[in-house]
Design a protein around this ligand. Structure first.
Ligand code: BG6
Length: 290
């Protein structure tokens, strides 16, 4: 049976057996842990705040309806600091996978910042070596359209970020946020991170492979309807500026974030938008995606 734990702690656990679990905090519907055979795949800072107010520093925060600074409200929007609803408690599917569904609707707080009606459903499925994310955004309004960014801010846990390579970015244009947003084109076959990195790659392919994640393995990130990929590591100086991030933690994380950032999505009244992501651990000799 899938383990369900929803209570005072605001935490929901999907348990697939074999020490393979996924933990979601209802604060932001933030995935705060993904363990595969007892090995944690996601980075969460030792200084992360779980006060139910601030965004959780690590795991997979849900960025909506704004990416980056915002004149109307908090950086990266309000979804990551809103309390989400558990629509379907963890349930074992016929093939042994475990599914849970979360949702967020407009409410007094969101409307005070951004006066639109919306409904997001967020469906997570935990498989043996994979975590699937399916997102639907619906505009229930009869007359108003809205525009939004959306992004899954995935913090991968890595033994040493300097040894990671990211595929799929060669030839893509990117906005370099460390250089006042200048636009460049990626010339490297694989991208490595050896300094403060904050780049929005545009029109990226549906798949990236990241090498040297936990246990020296590879991680595949497969995405649908997420045309941008943000690569971020704060490195030494920026780490010191963040109060919820340890000064010595930057070598152990790499953010590879699938999203809609540079061309916001316009959602007409009564219409819906869907996007998804799959994280898959590649076991050598078994690289096919089921
Ligand atoms: C990344 C942005 O996605 O998130 C960076 O590209 C930003 O510019 C980083 O610094 C972390 O943002 P925050 O709001 O969680 O500190």
């Amino acid at each position: 049976m899938a383990t369900t734990a929803v209570a005072a702690t605001s935490v929901v656990v999907l348990d697939r057996g074999n020490n393979t679990t996924c933990t979601i905090n209802l604060h932001g519907a933030t995935v705060v842990s993904w363990r595969v055979n007892n090995q944690e795949q996601l980075f969460v800072s030792k200084l992360a705040s779980f006060d139910g107010k601030n965004a959780i520093r690590g795991g997979i925060p849900f960025v909506f309806p704004q990416f980056g600074p915002w004149s109307f409200g908090p950086q990266h929007g309000f979804a990551r600091i809103s309390r989400w609803h558990l629509d379907r408690a963890p349930e074992r599917l016929h093939n042994g996978d475990v599914e849970a569904i979360f949702s967020l609707m407009d409410n007094e707080l969101t409307r005070a910042i951004w006066n639109y009606q919306f409904r997001i459903t967020y469906r997570l499925i935990l498989r043996e070596k994979e975590l699937h994310f399916h997102i639907g955004v619906f505009n229930p309004s009869k007359e108003l359209s809205f525009t939004f960014n959306m992004l899954l801010h995935t913090y991968l846990k890595v033994p040493d970020v300097r040894r990671c390579q990211i595929t799929g970015l060669h030839g893509c244009t990117f906005i370099d946020k460390t250089r006042e947003g200048a636009l460049y084109q990626e010339g490297r076959e694989v991208v490595t991170v050896n300094e403060w990195t904050d780049r929005i790659y545009q029109h990226t392919p549906q798949e990236h492979v990241i090498t040297n994640v936990v246990s020296g393995r590879k991680m595949r990130l497969h995405k649908y309807n997420f045309p941008d990929t943000v690569i971020w590591n704060p490195w030494i100086d920026r780490s010191r500026e963040m109060k919820d991030f340890g000064d010595d933690e930057f070598p152990n994380m790499l953010c590879v974030e699938a999203g809609n950032v540079t061309s916001p999505i316009i959602l007409l009244p009564g219409t819906a938008f869907e996007a998804s992501q799959i994280l898959q651990i590649i076991i050598e000799g078994n690289v096919s995606r089921k």
